[in-house]
Design a protein around this ligand. Structure first.
Ligand SMILES: [Ca+2]
Length: 490
């Protein structure tokens, strides 16, 4: 059989609740038809998790097939990716594939193992972004980053690759990462939509680890009025709170962008002095959701363009298409934006895959998979032997049968090492299909959640005598997985 191509479409901070194929509370109001097409024609995994819920670490886990504490990229503040280590693109290159990465990279050092790369510096910009060039230097392109990333990916597919070889293309979007700068074609999308609020928008963080209260990722307290929410002038008179991207825009772009928000902002500023704190949170939530989902709309359209190209070029039948994102994101659950926590909304990663002739269309496997599995999976797809020290496992048997092999993992291990941003405490833990055990070393606290009875994770049952048996079992599992994955002591 001809070796398949792999098109890995990846975004940044895309919550499962913002993909309609996952059927969350926003599915009807903010559909993602093109991403959903991958699920319809392939498989969608609901129990897909990251190993460390932040940007750089998730990417490093994917490239190496290993946990952060093993591949060395543990946080976004201090880590630099060691590009001399084994990565799956290097193995594909050695096996005769053409490899390329276009868009967000976020691993500090230059990419290795790619025949072609053109990447955003660091977090990159939404408007008129610079792309770092393979031969050194950078190039600024006029326009919005999502459309530009798509165009560069299509150019490589259509014109710039060696068509005598199979390919791996990683098309990696910046969107929908903070601060959610929307493209002109999406200015009026969701204009009159009112999004439903999650039950825990006003969470008071009771009945769980004390450290939940000290995070700084709340929509009410930590989301800024101007940079995040695009209210100009700043209603609190905070002069440091600015939309930095305005400096990159042409005068026409800036005028159009400001005009898009002008009427709503005027109405807000008029009533601002009489609004309660609760009123402000309701308002912030709606503005946040609209801009976030407008950025998602752009990513979904990008997926549509890429799938169309595969159809038109005849590549579709021998190309595996994956859609994923580096982690999930809070869309108001627990009153939050951002990620990091081992709670469901951020520890889950979208994972949708179409593999014509292999994956049965419409499959919904329930195996617990993790981003450390992608490298082994891709290698098996291409018939390339995997190194023995990979920590992830190939999910190809699951893709072929739709079933979970008996020997498959019964729990995933998760570890967030903590960094200054958003002041989220370090923690690690294990999650089975029903329960989740989390340990917070800075306060020496355990939390235990029963996801069947408490899917929103509002009450830890670690002191409940009825859960003593489950707690003991999960603590044994925690010790076992930490040893197996070589996790250092806290
Ligand atoms: Ca991210």
């Amino acid at each position: 059989m001809e070796r398949p191509n792999i098109l890995f479409i990846f975004s940044d901070d895309h919550a499962l609740n913002a993909i309609s194929a996952y059927g969350g509370p926003l599915a009807r109001l903010a559909p993602t038809p093109h991403i959903d097409r991958i699920a319809r024609e392939g498989a969608i995994f609901n129990s897909s998790f990251c190993a460390n819920s932040i940007c750089g670490p998730s990417r490093a886990c994917i490239l190496t097939g290993k946990h952060s504490h093993v591949n060395g990229f543990v946080d976004n503040d201090n880590s630099k990716f060691d590009g001399t280590q084994w990565t799956f693109p290097k193995a594909f290159q050695a096996a005769g594939y053409q490899t390329a990465i276009i868009g967000k990279w976020h691993l500090v050092t230059d990419p290795t193992g790619f025949d072609y790369w053109e990447i955003l510096p660091g977090q990159g910009n939404y408007y008129n972004p610079d792309f770092l060039q393979q031969g050194g230097g950078r190039k600024r392109y006029p326009g919005h980053v999502t459309a530009l990333t798509t165009k560069l990916a299509l150019d490589w597919l259509d014109k710039n690759r060696d068509k005598s070889k199979p390919f791996v293309l990683m098309c990696q979007h910046k969107a929908p990462h903070r601060n959610w700068m929307i493209a002109p074609e999406h200015f009026t999308v969701f204009k009159d939509t009112v999004f439903p609020e999650p039950k825990s928008l006003f969470d008071n963080y009771a009945n769980r680890a004390s450290t939940l209260k000290t995070q700084k990722m709340q929509i009410d307290a930590d989301m800024t009025w101007t940079s995040d929410l695009k209210v100009l002038p700043n209603p609190l008179g905070q002069e440091n709170d600015k939309v930095g991207e305005l400096n990159r825009m042409t005068p026409d772009q800036a005028a159009a962008w400001k005009a898009a928000y002008a009427a709503e902002n005027k109405a807000l500023l008029a009533k601002f002095p009489t609004m309660s704190e609760a009123d402000k949170l309701h308002w912030k939530y709606q503005r946040y959701l609209k801009d976030y989902l407008r950025c998602v709309r752009g990513v979904d359209e990008s997926v549509g363009e890429l799938l169309d190209y595969l159809d038109k070029s005849g590549l579709a039948k021998n190309t595996v298409v994956i859609y994923s994102s580096d982690q999930g994101f809070y869309l108001g659950e627990h009153g939050w934006f951002d990620k990091r926590w081992m709670f469901e909304e951020s520890v889950k990663m979208p994972f949708l895959i179409r593999w014509p002739g292999v994956v049965k269309p419409g499959s919904k496997p329930d195996a617990l998979i993790q981003n450390i599995d992608y490298a082994a999976t891709f290698l098996e797809m291409a018939g390339i032997p995997a190194p023995k020290d990979l920590q992830g496992e190939s999910i190809v048997p699951i893709l072929k049968t739709g079933k979970t092999p008996r020997s498959w993992r019964k729990a995933i291990y998760y570890r967030y090492s903590g960094e200054q941003t958003h002041n989220v405490a370090p923690h690690d833990g294990v999650r089975t299909d029903r329960h989740k055990l989390i340990y917070f070393p800075s306060t020496k606290e355990w939390n235990l959640f029963d996801l069947k009875r408490d899917p929103n994770e509002l009450r830890s049952v670690h002191t409940d005598p009825g859960y003593a048996g489950v707690l003991a079992e999960l603590k044994v599992l925690y010790v076992k997985l930490r040893a197996e994955y070589k996790a250092p002591e806290w």
